[in-house]
Design a protein around this ligand. Structure first.
Ligand SMILES: [Zn+2]
Length: 382
């Protein structure tokens, strides 16, 4: 009983016994779950749980640190019941039998809520939605003006710690460049948008898992997420150069796929890359759908960044693109990933490593945020 799991199990069994003292007698009469299927929508996800016969009772879902747990007394599950839509990211439903309870665990953000209802005799339907689903509904921002100010901006300096990112042709690390730009951006925003809270996913040379970065953004109530990176080619020096801004969508072309796979390779530094196992192209599509309500805002922010970088820096404008970046998956706010320039290119790398270049890039991002903020406020009033 020394392991935390064993202790937890004990508590679980005791609670189960208290809640269902007669559960033993029902053991011979188990309901069997034959299907668990999920559908992830733009502002809510539903999980359908179907039994072979009437589900007599279920307990109210309970919060866990990383989602919900649902306990069904006198219930078992068929091995083939779990549909891949439920077991894959983002929900990753798992099942476990504890005594004669079937325990289903659902992963979701700490701010999500879960409701459960019957649908006919054999089905239970669980709905998971963000706590402030109505507040967050971009399509109907007039519902709550007060909460819609751009009050929290999240700046994500790519890489960090043991994950150095790309290494420049001049020896500079991507993690150093991104942190320098992020800090300068924060300082500029403090001046230009003093009433806006700025959250940094990291403010030191530390490693932060990709999933944690959006988690920090979501938990801090971020209204805009910008992830700062530097591009690189496999061989250096390389002529490819310039700045481009990405939004989350399945990659459209080879180059976008290359950039996404380069950035996603950060997961090799994480303790468990298991969490990304279900992150297939399909999952990126699902996540894109979940972000549907703010794609338009992400796009307009990305366009504003490109425009500003073109004006403020000598970096070439490579335009806007789209790819499946893990670090953007799960963000519940408009979000972009900026590839500021190529560390594999001699002149880009020199610029990115310089304080002057970093300041100009931070200035471009700050200007873009100001433009975005103004048009965002405007759209709320009309
Ligand atoms: Zn990067």
């Amino acid at each position: 009983m020394n392991s935390p799991f064993a202790r937890w199990l004990l508590v679980f069994v005791i609670l189960g016994t208290i809640a269902y003292p007669s559960s033993h007698s029902a053991q011979k009469d188990l309901a069997t779950i034959v299907l668990v299927r999920a559908s992830v929508g733009s502002d809510s996800s539903t999980i359908r749980i179907r039994a072979a016969r009437t589900i007599t009772s279920f307990q109210r879902p309970e919060r866990t640190p990383d989602g919900f747990v649902l306990r069904l007394p006198s219930t078992t599950i068929e091995q083939s019941a779990m549909d891949s839509s439920a077991t894959a990211h983002p929900l990753r439903v798992t099942s476990e039998r504890i005594r004669d309870f079937l325990v289903l665990r659902f992963r979701c953000a700490p701010t999500d809520t879960m409701t459960i209802r019957r649908d006919g005799q054999r089905d239970l339907v669980c709905t998971i939605r963000p706590l402030s689903a109505t507040d967050r509904d971009i399509e109907t921002p007039t519902k709550n003006h007060g909460k819609w100010s751009l009050d929290v901006i999240v700046i994500d300096a790519g890489h960090g710690g043991r994950d150095v990112g790309a290494e420049g042709v001049n020896g500079v690390y991507e993690k150093t460049v991104t942190l320098a730009i992020a800090r300068k951006l924060r300082d500029q925003l403090k001046e230009t948008l003093p009433r806006t809270k700025v959250v940094m996913t990291r403010d030191a040379d530390v490693f932060i898992e990709l999933y944690k970065r959006t988690q920090i953004a979501n938990e801090s109530g971020g209204k805009l997420f910008v992830s700062i990176h530097c591009n690189s080619m496999p061989t250096k020096p390389h002529p490819a150069h310039g700045c481009e801004t990405y939004i989350l969508r399945p990659g459209r072309n080879k180059d976008a796929a290359r950039v996404a796979s380069l950035e996603n390779s950060s997961i090799q530094f994480e303790r468990s890359s298991q969490r990304y196992a279900g992150m297939t192209e399909d999952q990126i599509i699902i996540s894109t759908m979940a972000q549907r309500s703010f794609v338009r805002l992400s796009e307009s922010f990305a366009a504003a960044i490109q425009k500003e970088v073109k004006q403020e820096t000598p970096l070439a404008d490579r335009g806007m693109s789209q790819a499946g970046f893990f670090v953007l998956v799960g963000a519940s706010m408009p979000n972009v990933l900026v590839e500021t320039g190529f560390l594999s290119n001699t002149s880009d790398a020199e610029y990115l490593a310089s304080s002057k270049g970093q300041t100009a890039l931070a200035q471009s991002l700050a200007n873009a945020i100001r433009t975005y903020s103004a048009s965002y406020q405007h759209s709320l009033q009309h």
